[in-house]
Design a protein around this ligand. Structure first.
Ligand code: CO
Ligand code: ZN
Length: 329
């Protein structure tokens, strides 16, 4: 599992540029899926099984994209100004490294700050790729990059860029590999452009037209010094979403998830996240509406270059997903 996490988190694919990660994931699932196709927005849609007695059409959504930066301006000395792809905060940037899709590495710094007590704003930041003028700068306006950080295995904890949401993709891939029998027709959808507004989930939910849906994504925690007042912590099990900033999970789905976790003796936490949302929000309001919920992997430092998860939470998320898919509701 850790090798797969390393492979997925060390792949560069910011929103809109998911073809690289899509090929990596396709190789991991092609032997187990009954049918695989891509839709027009690049969502990777893998079907497993078909509906039998007591079964439903279930859509699972984990997003393949990661937050990134897009070049907006190159100055005469070759410094690159940029805009964020997804929720980028300047506080997470300076001193960090990025890599463009053609492999060009760069470092992020900022204009001289007059007030050292303040963090720079996004437009005070720039990327330096070692160019000396506009002409020899290999980066063009519109080129995109993502954080460049290697995967770190600390045993019970793991750190990487893009745990959001490659760890959700890993949970789905491992569940597909582990699942033996199911009464359901299951669509494992690896979505695009989540970080810029749930766009892949919007089209894939319309296309799949599921009976119920779950997103598999990260959630924040409240377990760091002077952290937010949130009940979720690393190591206490997968979080079952009740509410986030964009959706109220369907209570029937929440109950089904809690019932299943208790029956299978899998630790779990109830999640209320005050800001942020997931693909489930877009799926819930697709067509005439879809009962939806979310399995969340508790994650510290979300949208930073070093996002941390607990290894046992990941394993228990896979177990919970397999248990949910193995029996009728
Ligand atoms: Co995110
Ligand atoms: Zn996410």
């Amino acid at each position: 599992m850790k090798q797969l996490i390393q492979k997925l988190t060390e792949t560069f694919s910011p929103s809109g540029y998911e073809t690289t990660i899509c090929e990596v994931i396709r190789k991991e699932i092609q032997l187990q899926a009954d049918e695989i196709h891509l839709d027009a927005l690049g969502n990777l849609i893998a079907r497993k099984g078909s509906k039998s007695k007591g079964g439903l059409k279930i859509m699972l959504a984990g997003h393949m994209d990661e937050i990134g930066l897009m070049a907006t301006h190159i100055d005469e000395n070759g410094f690159i100004r940029f805009t964020g792809l997804g929720g980028i905060r300047a506080a997470a940037l300076t001193g960090g490294r990025v890599r463009f899709m053609d492999g060009t590495p760069g470092v992020i710094s900022s204009d001289r700050l007059t007030d050292l007590a303040k963090t720079p704003t996004l437009d005070q930041c720039f990327i330096d790729v070692g160019a000396s003028n506009r002409k020899d700068c290999p980066v063009k306006v519109g080129d995109v990059c993502a954080f460049d950080r290697p995967f770190l295995d600390l045993g019970n904890r793991m750190i990487a860029k893009s745990m959001d949401d490659r760890i959700g993709c890993v949970v789905m891939i491992e569940a597909l590999h582990t699942l033996k029998t199911s009464p359901h027709e299951i669509y494992f959808v690896f979505t695009t452009q989540e970080e810029v507004g749930l766009r892949g989930a919007t089209t894939s939910a319309f296309g799949v037209d599921p009976d119920i849906a779950l997103s598999v994504d990260v959630t924040s925690t409240g377990d760091t010094p002077k952290g937010s007042r949130m009940e979720v912590a690393l190591g206490k099990g997968p979080a079952i979403k009740v509410k986030d900033g964009g959706m109220l999970a369907d209570p029937r789905i929440v109950n089904w998830m809690i019932r299943t976790a208790e029956k299978a003796k899998i630790p779990y936490q109830r999640e209320v996240l005050e800001g942020g949302t997931t693909d489930a929000r877009a799926i819930q309001t697709a067509r005439a509406g879809v009962p939806a919920g979310c399995i969340s992997i508790p994650t510290r430092y979300v949208h930073n270059p070093s996002e941390m998860v607990d290894t046992r939470d990941v394993e228990n998320s896979i177990k919970l997903l397999v248990a949910l898919l193995s029996a009728p509701l």
